[in-house]
Design a protein around this ligand. Structure first.
Ligand code: ADP
Ligand code: ZN
Ligand code: ZN
Length: 777
């Protein structure tokens, strides 16, 4: 027997499978979806079996599988196809896509034990194991393997896969990469470990880190001692409190009732549920999920990570009891693994989780729901660069089940599809409790300047904040920029202090009295004199959340003000602390970045201030207007959710911009009509499907040369496709690397094929990095 194997070579794209001989003792044991160790080049590599077969066309150099990692498949055919789709459609690595689909625990070092009924073994074998009843797989003498596996096939031996170091503890130590630390570690090992941490880009528990990277506790401790990483302990929270929550099912209102009945289970339609903030979408999701369960099927619901608050978790647990697995980032690796096994075994019927929950191994899906479907976090930005919504469509097709995309502010692309019949549009134009959406006032910041007000708060906003505080109500102030001021400039010569490694200005942080680069973490103490002309007239331009916080404290020194941004929230726990404090009205005012715009449901909030609505408008992306509109509308939706009316104050230098006007009136349709005209005029999605190829390198000339080379190669095979660039990226230099961008609108398959070959072409090139991204959802 032979196996087609996809080989995992870290950070390399090997999307072609290789044939290997299945050793006879593993025949009938290794199946599609099992992982194996195979010889590849000089090394042993992990591989995934895509197919087993009785013949091969390979005639020379055929090698044998070395070792079985799994004796039961960890991936089924559905996921293998899904990974293949990601590798082709999203220009990602096949092996990395497969790896993403299995729980982290299974990716760590494995250990298997064989238990056997002693009597069933023949004597020659028994004498090898006289002393033990169980034996670790890894210590079986090679020559005994064939005999042992024969026994397994006969059913005389029981095999048990166990994961090392996965156990329940009260505390787990987590490692947090401190991106703000200046300098580099003195040891090579320390540097390697740091770049490893930077690459995985999330906090990781210390055991997995040691397992995955192979570095010792010593290296980690040294890094922690020198401030490159932080170690913190996380208590494994008891789920008891959550389970004590009492749920009551409300009766649907007329609008909800209509929408509820419009959805039909048992077909693969995509529904766009456009419902204003607070319109009761969650209640509908839960009804449909219940119906799906009653029809004997399963349900999958995706939410943005930040919405996975204990609150929503509690509601779902209360309603669905043991039937549900909630996958959130507070789970430990072993808990995630437990949940995965429960899902795989069919013990749970409902899965709620963030982006990666799209890979939940449910086998009988009856409905898929994606809440807040406009959220960019449904796309993974590093390899494999899949879109969870895209994959949700494929799974909905596979299971012939409906997909519901829910949002108060759908992306123009999705609304376009709904209007043109590709999706079915369902609308909830009013709030469920009958409250009006909050009234908005637009404040022209140019007038404030004219009147000599240079603080981040207009006079109207100041008055409203004070009024709100006096009424014992809470307010939320949103500003899309952290730090104190956005940049520092010399009044005499105009020089702006920039990051030496990046093409952007440094941000002043008042608390630490430092200037920081928000891209690479570079940090210096605040400058007193201009580097260029020596003048000491330094000006702090623009405002960040720190300055906004200070301005609020200035007008209301007695109020309790909280700040919510990445400077105050290093980990999920911090977020939850701030969340609870505000929720329980232990604080009056919440100042923060995007984090305050998402999904928060505080009943006592009656005022929302958007400190500068223009920041998001000026990003050089085709959907900047959409993102700005969404942000304003979402944060506005935090006001007046319960018994009292809400009010929104939008501060802007551009009050006549359609984004601001429509957001003021909560006029999604009006916004959409303007936005879609703009998209059409500029040939942007949904009227095109751009692919962005980034060419990144240290040497400017070399990087540019390669970028031109790639663009020309694409032009060489294209007749109708549009290939723009290379041009310098919006932020041309980041972390000492130059970024060139080529934008492709592929109209021919040959152009797509050519793009597929770019990664392999550069994978041995140490100077150039390629990053390919589909720019539409
Ligand atoms: P959305 O997800 O659309 O923002 P939610 O589902 O969170 O809205 O509902 C907002 C609030 O309205 C919640 O507190 C919810 O319990 C309540 N609600 C939902 N449906 C009804 C209803 N039919 N009658 C009364 N209250 C409702
Ligand atoms: Zn100067
Ligand atoms: Zn920088």
């Amino acid at each position: 027997m032979f196996a087609e194997v996809i080989i995992d070579i870290k950070n390399k794209q090997v999307n072609k499978s290789f044939d290997y001989i299945i050793p006879t003792y593993l025949e009938g044991i290794l199946h599609v979806g099992c992982r194996v160790k195979v010889p590849f080049g000089k090394l042993k590599r992990t591989g995934y079996i895509l197919k087993t077969k009785e013949s091969t066309e390979v005639t020379r150099g055929l090698k044998e599988i070395d070792e079985a990692i799994d004796l039961k498949p960890v991936l089924n055919e559905e996921f293998i196809k899904l990974a293949e789709y990601i590798s082709i459609h999203d220009f990602s690595f096949y092996a990395t896509s497969l790896e993403t689909m299995i729980p982290q625990a299974l990716r760590m070092k494995y250990e298997k034990t064989i238990k056997w009924v002693t009597n069933s073994l023949d004597e020659s074998l028994q004498k090898h194991f006289k002393t033990k009843k169980e034996i670790s797989f890894n210590t079986i003498p090679k020559e005994l393997e064939p005999i042992l596996f024969k026994e397994i096939k006969l059913g005389n031996l029981v095999i048990d896969s166990r994961i090392k170091r996965v156990r329940k503890e009260k505390y787990i130590t987590y490692v947090h990469f401190n991106s703000e630390k200046v300098g580099i570690p003195s040891s090579k090992k320390g540097m390697d470990l740091l770049s490893y941490l930077e690459e995985i880009n999330e906090d990781i528990d210390i055991n997995s880190l040691m397992n995955d990277s192979g570095y010792s506790k010593n290296v980690i401790d040294t890094l922690a001692k020198n401030g490159f990483i932080d170690l913190y302990k996380k208590e494994i929270e008891p789920e008891e409190d959550i389970k004590n929550y009492i749920d009551k099912e409300v009766s649907l209102n007329r609008m909800q009732e209509d929408v509820y009945h419009s959805l039909k289970l048992g077909n693969e339609k995509t529904y766009l549920l456009h419902g204003v903030t607070g319109s009761g979408k969650t209640e509908l999701y839960m009804r449909w999920i219940k119906d799906s369960i009653h029809s004997g099927k399963e349900a999958l619901m995706l939410v943005p990570e930040i919405s996975l608050t204990p609150q929503i978790t509690a509601i779902f647990y209360a309603r669905f009891k043991e039937n549900i697995a909630v996958l959130h980032s507070r789970l430990t690796i072993s808990e995630k693994y437990e949940q995965w096994k429960r899902i795989l075994n069919g013990d749970v019927k409902i899965v709620v989780g963030a982006r990666s929950a799209i890979f939940a191994p449910l086998k009988n899906l009856g409905i898929i729901i994606v809440d807040e479907c406009h959220e960019a976090s449904y796309r993974q930005s590093n390899n494999p660069k899949y879109s969870a919504i895209d994959l949700a469509k494929i799974r909905s097709h596979t299971y012939n089940c409906p997909l519901v995309l829910g949002s108060a502010t759908p992306n123009a692309e999705d609304y376009f599809r709904a209007i043109h019949g590709e999706y079915e549009l369902l609308s909830l134009p009013k709030r469920a409790n009958g409250r009006e959406l909050p009234k908005s006032i637009v404040v022209d910041l140019r007038e404030e300047l004219k009147n000599g007000n240079r603080t981040p708060l207009s006079n109207i906003l100041k008055e409203e904040i004070i009024k709100c505080y006096r009424n014992h109500e809470q307010s939320i102030l949103f500003l899309n920029r952290r730090g104190y001021s956005s940049f520092v400039q010399c009044r005499n010569c105009g020089e702006v202090v920039k990051c030496p490694h990046c093409d952007i200005s440094l941000t002043y942080h008042g608390k630490t009295n430092t200037l920081k680069c928000h891209y690479c973490g570079y940090q210096i103490s605040n400058v007193m004199k201009c580097e260029k002309c020596g003048s000491d007239k330094i000006r702090y331009v623009g405002s960040g959340t720190e300055k906004l916080y200070e301005a609020v404290k200035n007008i209301l020194p007695e109020a309790k003000v909280l700040r919510l941004d990445t400077d105050t929230v290093a980990k999920m726990e911090d977020y939850e602390n701030i969340y609870h404090e505000f929720k329980e009205h232990k604080a009056d005012i919440l100042v923060g970045t995007q984090m305050v715009t998402k999904g928060l449901d505080f009943e006592n909030v009656t005022l929302v201030g958007v400190a500068n609505a223009d920041i998001a408008l000026h990003y050089p992306t085709f959907d900047a207007n959409q993102v700005a509109f969404n942000l304003i509308e979402q944060v506005a939706g935090r006001a007046g959710r319960a018994k009292k009316d809400g009010k929104v104050i939008i501060q802007t230098y551009d009050p006549n911009n359609y984004v601001i006007e429509c957001a003021k009136n909560h006029d999604y349709e009006g916004f959409y009509k303007k936005e879609i005209l703009f998209r059409k005029a500029s040939s942007m999605p949904p009227f095109s499907e751009p692919i962005e190829i980034e060419v990144i390198g240290k040497n400017l000339g070399e990087t540019k040369k390669e970028a031109i080379h790639i663009a020309n190669a694409l032009r060489g095979v294209s007749i109708n496709s549009i290939i723009l660039g290379p041009t310098e990226a919006y932020i041309f230099k980041k972390k000492d690397l130059y970024h060139y961008v080529i934008l492709v609108q592929a109209k021919e398959d040959i152009v797509l094929d050519k793009i597929q070959y770019i990664y392999p072409l550069y994978q041995n090139n140490k100077d150039i990095t390629i990053s390919i991204t589909r720019k539409w959802l």
